[in-house]
Design a protein around this ligand. Structure first.
Ligand SMILES: NC(=O)c1ccc[n+]([C@@H]2O[C@H](COP(=O)([O-])OP(=O)(O)OC[C@H]3O[C@@H](n4cnc5c(N)ncnc54)[C@H](OP(=O)(O)O)[C@@H]3O)[C@@H](O)[C@H]2O)c1
Length: 211
């Protein structure tokens, strides 16, 4: 499978490395493909570092892993047409630290997933990977695992693809329904981050217990 990763931060590099280790062809998009650290990452993982546009054109599945303030611009640089009909794994969190407290930049009857779906109406957005730290996204090693990744999106086929990716990465996917459930996944990310700050640890994830 061709995978296009949009974003060169911890999330993009972690998921890109995970897909590459699983035998997929990975292109990671950034505004600075020549950066030394990214080229080193590419030679370590076997992935390619390229532009947002090339990564988006290449991927059958795309991962959106851009800081919230840059998402609209990254989509513009990637080229909207390159998203049409594809499964987009949206890991973004609309975080706002502007007044020194952690809050959501998008809230109420709105969310990051709904915004991205509105910007890309022909794409199949699946909100996922946003409720855990990058370090645990691929093959999480936690007591009582595998942990649960809650997902949300409007297209059942895209959510099935996301669930297969999550299974390969050591997660149980739980489908919460349509993309509007991203409102609650954005909020759940705040809970993950708040616990990380209070516990001074990033080694935690959510688990849905059932009988
Ligand atoms: N870090 C985590 O543990 C974690 C966990 C769950 C979810 N998330 C969410 O996942 C997303 C990525 O997080 P991250 O920590 O990997 O990286 P990040 O530092 O939040 O974002 C880095 C990426 O955003 C791009 N970017 C920033 N401003 C841009 C702009 N104006 N135009 C185009 N691109 C822009 C950068 O592009 P360049 O490559 O060109 O610099 C880079 O690829 C965020 O929304 C974050 O909230 C993070």
């Amino acid at each position: 499978m061709n995978i296009g990763i949009l974003g060169s931060g911890d999330v993009g590099r972690t998921l890109g490395a995970g897909f590459a280790a699983g035998g997929h062809d990975v292109r990671l998009g950034t505004r600075s493909p020549d950066r030394d650290d990214l080229q080193t990452w590419a030679s370590d993982t076997g992935a390619t570092v390229t532009t947002f546009n090339d990564a988006a054109a290449f991927g059958h599945i795309l991962v959106l892993a851009v800081g919230w303030d840059g998402v609209e611009n990254a989509i513009r640089l990637a080229g909207r047409d390159h998203f049409a009909g594809k499964t987009i794994l949206d890991a973004t969190n609309p975080l706002d630290f502007s007044d020194g407290t952690l809050r959501l930049a998008v809230h109420g009857e709105d969310s990051s997933g709904e915004r991205v779906q509105a910007w890309l109406p022909d794409a199949h957005i699946v909100k996922c990977f946003n409720t855990v730290g990058a370090d645990q996204m691929v093959n999480p090693e936690l007591e009582g695992g595998p942990p649960t990744m809650f997902i949300a999106g409007n297209d059942d086929g895209a959510k099935k693809t996301a669930a297969e990716v999550l299974d390969a990465f050591g997660w149980e996917a739980v489908d919460l329904g349509g993309i509007e459930m991203s409102r609650h996944l954005d909020a759940l990310a705040i809970i993950w981050i708040t616990h990380a700050m209070r516990a001074k640890s990033r080694n935690h994830a959510f688990k849905l217990l059932t009988d």
